[in-house]
Design a binder for this molecule. Structure first.
Ligand code: 13P
Length: 287
């Protein structure tokens, strides 16, 4: 059932659990996530980055694929199609394509520019029944070999963006996209608590959910995180399972080269990762 993210996140906030955002990259990813969400009766958010959207043939193609699968597999749990780290232009493309939710990431702009762009997009999204996520304090990660340690957001800036009426807020608390470096200092719970204190009931979003230790995930949820994004861990489990299949020479046996067979171990591996995360986030049985 395609919906925006407003109700599912309000319920998660009130129920002290987090909804998983799992990024999609192709048909296998989408099918795996939808089927596990249905199996576990969990609300779910399908994250689509601008790069992945382009790769899959544009946002309209993605929206059509998700809508058709939702119908074909009789998905009864709430499912949200959500732009991940959208630019201003990308957000408008997703609005046009019929996504149910957008993220506008204006964290790299001066705060005033982030505010006016977020304000405008919030107005447009809400008029169309869509939800919107905003961001303050850039999420770190590896880019061209430079490893950022993850910036901590300014709680006062978070309040300014939250006051615009966005539905969820991504605030940097030392989290990083991709693999965490060995010398990572961990999440800043002090920042998280300060952001939540300033933003009241705002559902907070934890990006870079791959590789964060379970106890930190659980603590983050108790401090107000209602949505957790996972991408890299699904990619790693897909790649490992595919590697195992090929290294065992299975693609050379019979019709093992058939893509439906070749991609099956990876597909099953994504399902298992999503299952583990949904249970860890506590959103199973919450649909
Ligand atoms: P990871 O790839 O680190 O799981 O992060 C995903 C994410 O935050 C998408 O916005």
């Amino acid at each position: 059932m395609l919906v925006n993210g407003i109700e599912m996140l309000k319920k998660a906030k009130a129920g002290h659990y987090a909804v998983g955002q799992f990024n999609i990259n192709n048909l296998e990813w989408t099918k795996a996530i939808l089927q596990v969400a249905e199996e576990l009766k969990a609300p779910v958010i399908l994250g689509v980055s601008e790069g992945a959207g382009k790769y899959m043939g544009g946002f309209a193609t993605v929206q059509a694929m998700v809508a058709a699968m939702d119908k074909e597999f009789k998905i009864s749990v709430p499912v949200c199609t959500h732009l991940d780290h959208g630019t201003y232009e990308g957000a408008y493309k997703c609005i046009k394509a019929g996504f149910t939710s957008i993220m506008f990431d204006g964290s790299h702009y001066p705060i005033d520019e982030n505010i006016w762009k977020t304000k405008e997009l919030t107005h447009v999204a809400h008029n169309l029944g869509m939800s919107i996520e905003a961001e303050v304090g850039a999420i770190g990660g590896e880019e061209d070999g430079v490893i950022g340690m993850g910036e901590c957001a300014d709680p006062d800036e978070c309040k300014k963006i939250a006051d615009l009426g966005v539905d969820m807020l991504a605030a940097g608390i030392g989290n990083i996209h991709g693999k965490y470096p060995a010398n990572w200092k961990g999440l800043s719970f002090e920042t998280l608590a300060a952001v939540q204190a300033k933003t009241g009931e705002m559902p907070l979003v934890l990006h870079g959910g791959s590789g964060i230790p379970e106890d930190m995930i659980k603590k983050a949820i108790t401090l107000g995180v209602s949505k957790i994004n996972v991408n890299t861990e699904c990619q790693l489990s897909f790649a490992a399972a595919t590697r195992k299949y090929i290294e065992a020479g299975k693609d050379l046996e019979g019709k093992g080269f058939d893509p439906r067979k070749l991609l099956l171990p990876g597909f099953e591996a994504i399902k298992e990762t999503v299952r583990e995360k949904i249970k860890l986030f506590g959103s199973d049985g919450k649909a």
